[in-house]
Write a protein that binds this ligand. Structure first.
Ligand SMILES: *[C@@H]1O[C@H](CO)[C@@H](O)[C@H](O)[C@H]1NC(C)=O
Ligand SMILES: *[C@@H]1O[C@H](CO)[C@@H](O)[C@H](O)[C@H]1NC(C)=O
Ligand SMILES: *[C@@H]1O[C@H](CO)[C@@H](O)[C@H](O)[C@H]1NC(C)=O
Ligand SMILES: *[C@@H]1O[C@H](CO)[C@@H](O)[C@H](O)[C@H]1NC(C)=O
Length: 383
């Protein structure tokens, strides 16, 4: 979207006035770090999303790019691609370790240099190396994810950010080249704790509110392979057994969000070392994915990202969600401002293709079979 074009004259004036004012007070901001999700931080102007592309020439794609992220995924626009292989994760058989870090913008997990974690398969032509796991979340349930599905947001989004290690030596080189980056997104829902009566009998709608809808209800449309419609239909016996019980929480996220851990990163720049993590536990037992070509959703908004959105939401408890909202964007010496709301607004999808790996002609296989499982170090991941 032409953010620059849409910027009204008064708004631009406010921007330049603020830029002028900022130049006169306090130390000069580090230009590489001078952005935020909200324009105003403690009375100081720090450029929010509409200004990213205007304050730094290296970030112009944020304003004028045509393949920006995040987007709203309308399921009826997703095309089935039978040639998408399953996703593969490789850790060389080792447990993951690294640093959980409050960056003042996100909760970040930065993996240690060893073991190298690779992802490949799906739409990826190359092996991509994990460089960061990032958590974005909202101030209220049902909002906070960057991507939306059928105009609906989720309470949080986990983004696994990778660079192409076959073509590039490091993240910043990859972010400037073709096929440079791959980001896997997992949506997070807050589970309430009540056990539904029909547990195990019905497919639990992943995308729908209430009892309608679900990724399984993708059916083949009139036009043959590749065109299908979103149909409200719930199968009576689900082949996808839930991996968690109601009210419980994703085991990987529970490691990051348990009280002992998360309270160590309450303030900006707090860091805490974690080890013995099994990244495969972050993934649902079976899932499909949707992929499109987009950008980094933070400056410099480089348009070299293959996004892969996992189509089953993960659960966390309200308590865990609450502990995230208690993290501050600021160091302890400054006032508390919640990290929540750390996502970029939606960008237009325009004519970009959305591809998915769910086969609408074989609904009975919709969550069976190796295509709908994460393959870990070569073998399908079973639990
Ligand atoms: C990750 O991918 C690279 C390049 O394809 C490969 O050399 C390396 O062995 C992989 N690492 C693991 C742990 O599989
Ligand atoms: C990243 O790689 C590029 C090109 O290979 C190199 O010029 C640059 O110094 C590297 N940056 C870092 C931080 O290692
Ligand atoms: C999210 O959780 C709520 C309450 O537990 C539930 O009603 C809803 O269906 C869930 N949504 C998704 C997408 O899983
Ligand atoms: C999430 O919680 C709901 C109940 O709130 C449950 O029905 C569902 O199976 C859980 N999802 C996963 C992936 O465990």
């Amino acid at each position: 979207m032409g953010v620059a074009a849409r910027l009204s004259a008064p708004r631009a004036l406010v921007l330049w006035a603020a830029l002028g004012a900022a130049a006169h007070i306090g130390p000069a901001p580090d230009p590489e770090d001078w952005w935020s999700y909200k324009d105003n931080l403690q009375g100081n102007f720090v450029p929010g999303p509409p200004f990213w592309g205007l304050v730094n020439a290296a970030w112009s794609l944020c304003a004028v790019g045509k393949r920006q992220s995040p987007v709203d995924v309308e399921l009826k626009r997703v095309l089935y691609d039978p040639f998408l292989p399953p996703l593969r994760l490789s850790t060389g058989g080792e447990k993951l370790r690294g640093t959980l870090y409050n960056t003042g913008r996100h909760v970040s997990f930065l993996p240690a240099p060893r073991p190298v974690v690779n992802v490949s398969g799906g739409p990826l032509l190359y092996s991509h190396r994990l460089s960061e796991l990032r958590l974005l979340f909202g101030a209220r349930d049902g909002a906070g994810s960057e991507h939306q599905i059928n105009h609906q947001g989720f309470s949080a989004e986990v983004q696994l950010i990778h660079f192409n290690q076959e073509l590039y030596g490091n993240f910043s080189a990859a972010s400037r080249g073709p096929n440079g980056l791959a980001i896997l997104s997992l949506f997070v829902n807050v589970s309430r704790g009540e056990i539904p009566k029909d547990e195990g009998e019905f497919w639990n709608p992943v995308w729908g509110r209430g009892s309608l809808g679900g990724p399984d209800s993708w059916v083949l449309g009139e036009g043959g392979l590749g065109t299908w419609t979103w149909d409200f239909w719930i199968p009576t016996s689900s082949p996808c057994t839930p991996t968690q019980v109601a009210g419980s929480s994703n085991p990987f996220l529970s490691r990051l969000l348990n009280r002992d851990t998360i309270t160590r990163i309450s303030y900006k720049n707090d860091a805490y070392f974690l080890q013995d993590l099994s990244l495969e536990l972050l993934f649902p037992e079976s899932f499909g994915f949707i992929t499109y070509q987009g950008s980094l959703s933070t400056p410099p908004c480089s348009e070299t990202v293959t996004w892969i959105l996992i189509d089953r939401a993960l659960n966390i408890t309200s308590l865990q969600m609450h502990s995230l909202r208690l993290l501050s964007q600021n160091p302890p010496s400054q006032i508390f401002q919640s990290l929540s709301g750390n996502g970029r607004p939606l960008q237009p999808l325009a004519h970009r293709a959305l591809r998915g790996n769910r086969d609408p002609r074989h609904p009975e296989r919709r969550c069976r079979g190796p295509n709908y499982r994460l393959h870990v170090d070569g073998a399908p991941h079973g639990r």
